[in-house]
Design a protein around this ligand. Structure first.
Ligand code: AMP
Length: 407
């Protein structure tokens, strides 16, 4: 299948060519024709699958098919849970819309609201926004959603995780028109997302290119076991100092840990920076710019801060902490191995990480291979841990024994 098969306008085909997209990705193959038919869709697509273009391409085609004089009232609303993802989406809108006239505006927290209100007085067909700030601007009547014809909700699962569900509902309630809706989510399982979809979509076509527990085949995943913190740090240093590591994201579960790991890497003369949710937008963007231009080799990030990063050249994702949940793991490793490139996802596992690793492996329905770095071998194996676990299980506790005797 090619992009020409979708019967797209030359304006779009040329922009697609410019982006060097040679053929549609699986999510694009299914989602684009459905959206062009004006169907509501519920799409399960992890990050890195080309999901953004999957909704941007048909949206732009719609605007070309149904031209109206641009006004300050947006016709398309794209909602994102985080600022970074919103910027990423906006970038794709600009890239794919480069040969046409698709005025767009981005509204996220982290910037002066008065300036955004001013931006909203200009022509705008496509509004990309995070829910909280948009709700504020709607409330203050700086933007009118009465003319919306298409609504896209990206990373809906994350929106729900971040507690944005009610805000999104309120925003959609304020749209009087009968709009087409697309809801994209890394995972479609779970009551929350089902309920969300039910309320927002009308007879949606469900599209799932990636099963919720499926990870990109482009990513090689492995585990290194660590005896303790010093051992974990030594493993991390060895990986990031290896010549194959060109651009690395190290994930930590908490901000404080991310800061600690960054400082430690810096003390080892590794060019590392931390990215967490507390930075103002300008600082975040500056850091991302440096990382993208390879001025920084290692970005140590928390999950929220790393959402929406789109860097094809990321060679390694390292889980310094193992995430609590499978879908977070999938999101993390989706940062590498994007668009036909091979990436490596490494899990550094101390004893206290084993529980999370177990959960992740259950989610993936597979065991991740355990490997060793010469000179940094651990003193234990996963087998020995499992054996000990079994042994401990077999021995009934004294109190339990007593109870059994009494009976
Ligand atoms: P996304 O899942 O939207 O975050 O996209 C992941 C990456 O895939 C982005 O860098 C896109 O530029 C790229 N991409 C999207 N569609 C295609 C395509 N058809 N062929 C090659 N790369 C693509």
């Amino acid at each position: 299948m090619t992009f020409e098969d979708f019967d797209l306008d030359e304006i779009l085909l040329n922009a697609i060519k410019k982006q060097a997209y040679h053929k549609p990705t699986p999510i694009q193959e299914v989602a684009i024709p459905l959206m062009l038919e004006r169907k509501d869709i519920l799409a399960g697509a992890a990050t890195g699958t080309g999901k953004t273009a999957a909704f941007v391409i048909p949206t732009l085609q719609y605007l070309l098919d149904e031209p109206k004089r641009s006004s300050r009232h947006p016709r398309v609303l794209i909602l994102s849970p985080t600022r970074e993802l919103a910027f990423q989406i906006h970038k794709v809108v600009n890239q794919l819309g480069t040969y046409g006239n698709f005025p767009s505006v981005i509204i996220t927290g982290g910037f002066k609201q008065s300036q955004q209100a001013e931006t909203l007085t200009r022509a705008c067909d496509i509004l990309v926004a995070t829910p909280g700030r948009l709700a504020k601007l709607v409330e203050d009547e700086h933007v009118d959603l009465s003319f919306i014809e298409i609504v896209i909700i990206d990373e809906a699962d994350r929106m729900l995780d971040m507690g944005q569900g009610p805000t999104v509902h309120a925003l959609l309630e304020s749209i009087p028109t009968d709009f087409q809706a697309g809801l994209f989510s890394a995972t479609l399982s779970g009551k929350g997302i089902e309920h969300f979809a039910e309320e927002i979509l009308e007879e949606p076509e469900v599209v799932q290119v990636d099963a919720p527990n499926q990870q990109s085949e482009q990513v090689q995943q492995l585990v290194y076991l660590a005896d303790n913190k010093a051992h974990k740090q030594a493993l991390l240093a060895s990986i990031v100092q290896d010549t194959s590591s060109q651009s690395v994201i190290v994930f930590c579960n908490k901000k404080d840990k991310a800061i600690e790991v960054t400082e430690w890497l810096q003390s080892q003369n590794v060019s590392a920076q931390v990215l967490h949710g507390d930075f103002i937008q300008a600082v975040r963007l500056e850091k991302l710019k440096k990382f993208k231009s390879n001025k920084i080799k290692v970005m140590v990030a928390t999950d929220v801060a790393a959402r929406g990063l789109d860097m094809l050249q990321i060679t390694h994702v390292i889980n310094y902490d193992i995430p609590y949940r499978g879908d977070i793991y999938i999101h993390r490793i989706g940062r590498t191995g994007r668009a036909q490139q091979v990436g490596i996802a490494i899990n550094l596992v101390e004893h206290h990480d084993l529980k999370n690793l177990e959960r992740i492996e259950y989610h993936l329905q597979q065991s991740l291979p355990v490997e060793k770095i010469a000179g940094l071998e651990p003193s234990f194996t996963l087998k020995s841990v499992l054996k000990n676990k079994k042994k401990n299980k077999k021995k009934p506790k004294r109190s339990a024994k007593k109870k059994a005797k009494k009976k």
